[in-house]
Design a protein around this ligand. Structure first.
Ligand code: HPA
Length: 277
């Protein structure tokens, strides 16, 4: 068996030995959603460190556990903390958690993150529904022997962010009164912020937001047939768009400021997913 798939199966066994909960929706909590547990009726939780071989974040302030529970009656597994490519993990480890949540039974995946606004019409604090992505700056998580057990060698990526789920996010925006922008997310490697020239390139290519996660997870999830959607919290104007140098503190502060709105948008989206099921 392929070593990457073997590790995934080992992780699934470790989770199944401890957790009986079967999720329908998987949710990755980015900056601003760290306390999303408030919105959940948490039934069980599992520290990543209790899963042998599971990649663990090295970023200060990033937590590391799965929460299993209900959001508006919908069974959800949420990740408090994710690992990033810039931490030095191979892509196969970066996307292992998404694949694992798929194997645990989740059908829909909601990705969230903090991102820099590249579109000149975006303001810090805006929320952006991801309509598509550009991943040219990072290696594909599907490089290497194909995991035939999960999906095909050459998966289609013409609709990574599911139309039906996008419609739900827009409906959730209407229902909650939380405004939402739309745009294309471009993943960079990080950990450094981009240069102004890179941001100009991103804009020329059609990018609206720049970040350091998410698109690789979306690709791995599509490969195995999950329905994917994503929302970015625009925490700052991207490099070169203001006189201010970028810093992590600003990113966190903006994310915390819109946390309440972000949470209510995600919760309403999950409720709508439950209505559809
Ligand atoms: N660039 C990349 N990632 C980010 C940014 C940014 O400007 N802001 C928050 N995450």
């Amino acid at each position: 068996m392929n070593a990457i798939y073997e590790k995934l199966i080992r992780c699934r066994k470790a989770v199944n030995a401890k957790i009986k909960f079967k999720p329908e929706v998987a949710l990755i909590l980015g900056s601003g959603l760290g306390d999303y547990a408030d919105e959940m009726q948490v039934e069980e939780s599992l520290e990543y460190s209790d899963i042998g071989g599971f990649p663990i974040s090295t970023v200060a302030g990033h937590e590391g556990r799965f929460l299993f529970g209900y959001v508006k009656g919908v069974p959800v597994v949420a990740m408090q903390g994710r690992v990033h490519f810039y931490e030095g993990y191979p892509m196969s480890d970066v996307v292992l958690p998404v694949r694992l949540m798929g194997l645990l039974g989740a059908k829909n995946l909601i990705l969230t993150n903090a991102a820099g606004g590249v579109n000149v019409n975006f303001q810090p604090g805006d929320l952006m529904m991801i309509t598509d992505h550009i991943t040219t700056a990072v290696p594909s998580p599907l490089i290497g022997p194909n995991l035939d057990e999960l999906g095909t060698r050459f998966p289609d990526m013409s609709e990574v962010y599911d139309k039906g789920l996008r419609k739900m996010i827009k409906q959730a925006s209407k229902n909650t009164g939380v405004p939402i922008q739309e745009g294309v997310y471009m993943q960079f490697t990080g950990p450094n912020y981009e240069s102004p020239a890179e941001i100009r390139m991103c804009r020329t290519w059609g990018g609206d937001a720049a970040g350091m996660s998410t698109a690789c997870e979306a690709m791995a999830a599509r490969h195995m047939g999950l329905r994917v959607c994503g929302i970015s919290c625009i925490t700052n104007l991207a490099a070169g768009m203001s006189d201010q140098p970028l810093n992590h503190k600003e990113v966190q502060e903006t994310a915390d400021k819109v946390s309440r709105q972000f949470k209510s948008l995600v919760t309403e989206t999950i409720r709508l997913m439950g209505e559809e099921a």
